[in-house]
Design a protein around this ligand. Structure first.
Ligand code: 5GW
Ligand code: MN
Length: 365
């Protein structure tokens, strides 16, 4: 090869190299645009723009600017208590949530809350304090219906309520045995849930009446379904839980099962979930009744059985059910819903007193 030709080849090679590097450099910054894509086979085109979807009606909720301390992934707000169950249900303790965020969210959904309470026979004496303290502390700023189940309509006092709050008196039969009075709550809540509550409220909160609100109880408690840690057993071992232990009962829970011991005096959820819960408990009770057995702690035992296999989506700490005479351990920053010490002699009949203290002595509660 002559010297001249050799140089031409070298020149061509250098030029090709330059062109290649130029192209490569420029390609890097190309942002791909659909027009750059070549379609190999033509699919029939679907006009997505004109087809309607249920999503077209979606309303976009959003929060306004809010100022609050940033959550810190490495420093939990509480390290002295369990804040989450193994099935990722939050346990509601003071300091773990921001009520302003929650209130804004629940106001946007325009939620209404029904609170069911039973005042059968002499228990009507508790109604006044219950409602008056609820007006101060229960779901303030939200729509609330009080559903009072009673056999003594005339004994329910007239109480002026705040805006968006109303009192509904539901006349129901009373039962002779006190156990039945307590247990039949499940049936009555169930029946009214499907007939009435479902048309009137979004959530139900089902509580004892021998109680008073002494601090805020708000939308932080609301969830699909929720139960409350019993103030006598929040730290107890499984074997100490007073679940029903007789295998013949539908409420039976063996000693190697169970997450928490839930209190019969405060549970709730959406109307649909409370329907399912109360329906289960009532049917289980009826099955047991047919077999001549009644669970040790009545409705509470059936509630605990339900929550074992239908895990609640939120759990309330004992802040939400604390007996006034229990004192205040360090972890209990607030006492929101307090059990009033009862003058048992005045409020219960002799037989009830005897049955009750027998059980209480047996289980130290
Ligand atoms: C009466 C005697 C013994 C036990 C319960 C009652 C009773 C309960 C009653 O005569 N009337 C009545 O309305 N109840 C309802 O059942 C109340 O809503 C009460 O809060 C609930 C549970 O009974 P408590 O509160 O006496 O049960 P503990 O376990 O909270 O003491
Ligand atoms: Mn009670």
């Amino acid at each position: 090869m002559s010297c001249e030709k050799k140089w031409i080849f070298v020149l061509l090679f250098v030029m090709a190299l330059m062109m290649f590097s130029f192209c490569w450099y420029n390609m890097r910054s190309i942002t791909w645009h659909p027009s750059l894509v070549f379609h190999c086979n033509s699919q029939p085109t679907i006009n997505y723009v004109n087809t309607s979807s249920q999503f077209d009606l979606l309303k976009q909720d959003f929060l306004h600017r809010m100022l609050y301390e940033k959550p810190n992934a490495l420093s939990p707000p509480r390290s002295d208590v369990l804040m989450m169950t193994p099935w990722f249900a939050p346990i509601v303790w003071n300091g773990t949530y921001n009520i302003d965020i929650l209130n804004t969210q629940f106001h946007q959904k325009n939620v209404s809350i029904g609170i069911t309470v039973f005042a059968i026979k002499k228990y009507t004496v508790f109604i006044k304090t219950f409602i008056e303290t609820a007006e101060k502390f229960f779901m303030v700023g939200h729509k609330v219906n009080y559903y009072i189940f009673t056999d003594r309509v005339g004994d329910i006092p007239n109480i002026t309520l705040g805006e968006g709050r109303q009192l509904v008196i539901l006349e129901v039969p009373s039962y002779k045995r006190w156990q039945e009075v307590s247990m039949r709550r499940m049936e009555m809540i169930r029946d009214h849930a499907r007939q009435r509550f479902v048309n009137e409220v979004d959530y139900l909160v089902c509580v004892d009446v021998d109680m008073m609100f002494s601090d805020d109880v708000g939308v932080e408690i609301l969830s699909h379904s929720f139960g409350t840690l019993h103030p006598s057993f929040y730290a107890a071992s499984r074997t100490r839980f007073t679940y029903e232990r007789r295998q013949q009962s539908t409420a039976y829970i063996p000693t190697d099962e169970g997450d928490f011991y839930y209190a019969g005096g405060n549970f709730g959820g959406t109307v649909e979930e409370v329907y399912k819960l109360t329906n289960f408990c009532h049917n289980a009770m009826m099955t047991d009744k047919g077999n001549n057995i009644e669970a040790i702690w009545h409705d509470e035992s059936y509630l605990n059985k339900y929550f074992l296999y239908h895990k609640p989506t939120k759990i309330l700490s004992p802040e939400y059910l604390w007996p006034t005479n229990f004192g205040a351990p360090a972890f209990l920053k607030r006492r929101r819903f307090a059990a009033i010490p009862k003058n048992h002699n005045a409020i219960r009949n002799k037989r009830a007193l005897r049955d009750y203290s027998r059980n209480k002595q047996k289980f130290h509660r």
